[in-house]
Design a protein around this ligand. Structure first.
Ligand code: 5AD
Ligand code: FES
Length: 371
């Protein structure tokens, strides 16, 4: 009996979240701590309804170019941390990066994500050159940067060169937890400063966190969710923590598929229009992880465009998928997987719904003025 009442309460929490796009700290905590399969199924149903209303059955694809695995940071969880002397380091030249984009363009990608460690080799001048080249060669494409923390001036230069979006996961919104995952030289304060700089400049901004990272409690997750609600990012990247053998956290258990997809469902309802990827890490802990992510409310996938020769070197965690596959293989594999669950890949930039609306409204206004 008490179980039934409990379940009824949980269903009404999901209804409230779906109806109001918010929930109190205490209710979020209850929803997470007392979740079960039935409630999860109900949550996913609501999350899909919301995403279908905003984005239909389109899946946006992003071509990921992992252009350097050098990193000056030493995050305890990350396989390309500077203290990992076993990592086989590489850098792509601007020409190699442009080649990846050209191949991606042929495959239907209209967003390129340049992701790398924090590598001082890529100065502001060099990054500006790379972004300028991509934008002038592919003017109909969006460029997303994911290169970690930089000064506001640097972010502004890249934006002026044409970069559209920036991904910088906050990793955890809890100070103590942040300090347990990063060396003293890094701080949550700096991370949050970067995120607000990026937003102030005008980027479409993505934050995010790992699920099940060592020391993460439900309270930490609630902190993360409340932060997302307060910050209102355009994108949220979450995936399970997966230990990497040559890091200080090698012996720790991985985050679970079950909790990750549950949180994807919650995030879709908290921020109905958010661009929400089913991440490679999710595909790594389960063979159907990305499909289950989409069924829980995700609407983006990020197949790899990096040259096959460097794929095995960009290892943030163990057993990463797709490290032996050509860009075209991943592209069509994703298409098949999405078709199997009733979704299709959109050949478009895949901007946030607020900006798509703005663009179409702007063109209507222009047409009205012209006519
Ligand atoms: N497991 C899962 N995700 C990881 N990341 C880094 N290391 C790991 C790991 N071991 C994530 C971080 C980072 C993003 C690029 O990859 O959240 O922001
Ligand atoms: Fe570079 Fe973690 S060590 S992002």
């Amino acid at each position: 009996m008490s179980n039934l009442i409990k379940e009824k309460d949980q269903f009404s929490l999901v209804d409230q979240l779906a109806g109001e796009s918010e929930l109190s700290r205490g209710d979020l905590k209850t929803l997470i701590d007392t979740r079960n399969d039935n409630v999860a199924e109900y949550l996913f149903e609501k999350a899909r309804e919301v995403r279908h209303a905003v984005y239909g059955r389109d899946i946006f694809i992003r071509g990921l170019v992992e252009f350097t695995n050098y990193c000056k940071n030493d995050c305890y969880y990350c396989g390309i941390r500077k203290s990992n002397l076993k990592a086989d380091r590489y850098r792509l030249t601007p020409e190699q990066i442009l080649d990846c984009c050209a191949q991606g363009y042929e495959l239907g990608f209209r967003t390129f994500v340049l992701q790398g460690g924090e590598d001082p080799h890529y100065t502001d001048d060099l990054m500006t050159l790379i972004v300028t080249n991509i934008k002038s060669t592919f003017p109909d494409c969006a460029v997303t940067l994911s290169l970690g923390e930089r000064s506001k001036e640097s972010y502004l230069r890249f934006f002026k060169a044409g970069a559209d979006r920036y991904l910088l996961r906050h990793e955890t919104r809890n100070e103590i937890h942040y300090a347990s995952l990063h060396p003293a030289a890094m701080s949550l304060r700096d991370r949050l400063r970067c995120l607000s700089d990026l937003r102030d400049i005008g980027y479409q901004v993505g934050c995010g966190f790992m699920v099940g990272s060592p020391g993460q409690t439900t309270d930490c997750l609630v902190d993360d969710l409340m932060f997302i609600k307060e910050f209102g990012p355009h994108m949220v990247g979450i995936g399970p923590f997966i230990p990497h053998q040559d890091t200080p956290l090698s012996g720790q258990p991985a985050g679970t598929l079950e909790l990750t997809v549950f949180l994807l469902g919650i995030i879709r309802l908290l921020e109905p229009r958010v661009l929400l990827p089913a991440t490679t890490a999710l595909g790594t802990i389960s063979p159907t992880g990305r499909e289950l992510g989409v069924m829980a409310g995700a609407n983006v996938v990020m197949p790899n465009l990096s040259p096959v020769g460097v794929r095995k070197k960009y290892l943030l965690y163990d057993n990463k998928i797709c490290t032996g596959d050509e860009a075209a293989e991943c592209r069509f594999c994703i298409q098949r997987r999405m078709a199997n669950i009733g979704y299709h890949i959109a050949i478009s930039r895949g901007d946030h719904a607020a900006l798509q609306f703005q663009t179409s409204r702007e063109s209507q206004v222009q047409a009205a003025l012209a006519g």
